[in-house]
Design a binder for this molecule. Structure first.
Ligand SMILES: Cc1cc2nc3c(=O)[nH]c(=O)nc-3n(C[C@H](O)[C@H](O)[C@H](O)COP(=O)(O)O)c2cc1C
Length: 374
């Protein structure tokens, strides 16, 4: 069981173990500004080898849900500075997940009530969470998006670059580009969403172009050893489909091989659900994807996610199928997850009712082992 709990170097980031906290949106940063409660939440979880923050909007246009933190206001950067300082003081490492939601948004969250932008002008059959005028929150249908003009895309790439720079200046150890779960980068990748006829649509090369432009800009700005990317090859979240995910994701990882990224984060199966979920006409082969990456010369750590428990994580790392394993829901409920896994002790159960929004209840009040014993 040893290796999972041993230190290693992830790109340029030295970590104390190979257990990663997966990105988890918690909708507890009103005004997009990280606050004291958020500082406490991340500090409590600093024994993870590496924390990946919740999805963090690179611009207001990239916001898709109420009370998600951002990286586009000076006050937000000050808030993040306090988070990164607290995690570092507790001996942890932390990267921020750079998020542009694309069409998974609502006009009420957008600058001047504008339409959200995407690779397409087709509305996503999904819902988002907004705050009403009276302060109450509701789930609502996403708004009709506007397809980005070809000439506008460079501006979004630039937004990713700027956010990555600001993140490093705010003390983050690196950044994870959110390429998963049906958000903007995935809206370009997927054949079932991207209906463009310019150089960003049609062929696999064209649909992956935006992703590579973002990776290029971010790695040039902050260094490949501090850059990572998250992919979810078959996840249907946010109305995201592809006729042949194996082909496009193989092309993507082969192209990523030339960058010495910190890690590639692969969600296996349907994010938060069925690990055997299938898109296209055959089951997705994750082993083949990993092998294609290594064959193309890729050296980054391979981080796996989705429904892992202690034994599955130990097996994945011991067998070499993965270098790192990320846990989502277990980290919500167990601030000291690493110690519990190491000692093979029982885990607290996460309460779904308090996942999104609210205060300390279901956020910073899950007990660590010593608190339970007291
Ligand atoms: C409350 C909640 C919020 C999430 N927010 C994000 C997010 O901001 N970015 C992301 O890439 N995935 C997000 N996910 C997906 C998780 O990172 C992870 O892929 C999923 O929970 C499966 O891992 P697990 O079985 O260990 O929980 C979220 C999941 C949950 C339950």
């Amino acid at each position: 069981m040893g290796k999972l709990f041993e230190p290693t170097l992830v790109g340029d980031i030295a970590v104390r173990n190979r257990i990663v906290m997966a990105p988890l949106t918690r909708n507890r940063s009103p005004g997009a500004i990280p606050n004291d409660l958020n500082v406490e939440y991340y500090r409590q979880r600093a024994s993870a080898g590496l924390i990946i923050t919740e999805g963090t909007a690179i611009t207001q246009q990239g916001q898709g849900y109420a009370d998600v933190p951002g990286l586009y206001k000076p006050e937000a950067l000050d808030g993040w500075k306090r988070v990164t300082k607290a995690v570092h003081e507790a001996g942890g490492k932390i990267v921020v997940q750079l998020w542009h939601v694309g069409r998974v948004s609502h006009t009420s969250l957008q600058p001047n009530g504008a339409k959200p932008v995407s690779s397409t002008s087709t509305i996503a059959k999904t819902r988002t969470y907004v705050i009403n005028a009276d302060g109450t929150g509701t789930f609502t249908e996403t708004s009709e998006p506007r397809a980005l003009d070809t000439a506008e895309i460079a501006g979004i790439v630039e937004d990713f670059r700027r956010a990555a720079r600001d993140a490093i200046d705010a003390g983050f150890d690196g950044v994870e580009i959110h390429g998963a779960n049906g958000y903007l980068i995935d809206q370009f990748l997927r054949s079932g969403v991207n209906d463009r006829t310019d150089q960003y649509g049609g062929s696999i090369e064209n649909r992956a172009r935006f992703l590579f432009e973002v990776v290029d800009a971010v790695t040039k700005e902050v260094g490949a050893g501090r850059t990572a990317i998250r992919l979810s090859p078959v996840t249907p979240s946010n109305d995201s489909t592809d006729a042949d995910p194996q082909s496009i994701f193989t092309y993507v990882v082969e192209g990523l091989a030339k960058y010495k990224l910190a890690f590639i984060h692969v969600v296996e199966g349907q994010t938060g659900g069925d690990r055997n979920f299938q898109q296209g006409d055959k089951p997705f082969d994750y082993k083949a994807l990993h092998l294609a990456y290594r064959k193309a010369g890729g050296q980054s750590d391979w981080l796996v996610n989705n429904g892992y428990d202690r034994q599955a994580a130990i097996d994945a790392v011991e067998s070499g199928r993965a270098d790192l394993v990320s846990f989502g829901k277990p980290f919500i409920a167990n601030p000291d997850l690493v110690e519990r896994l190491q000692k093979d002790l029982p885990l607290n159960r996460p309460d779904q009712a308090t996942f999104y929004g609210g205060g300390s209840n279901g956020y910073t009040d899950y007990p660590a082992l010593e608190e339970e014993a007291a």
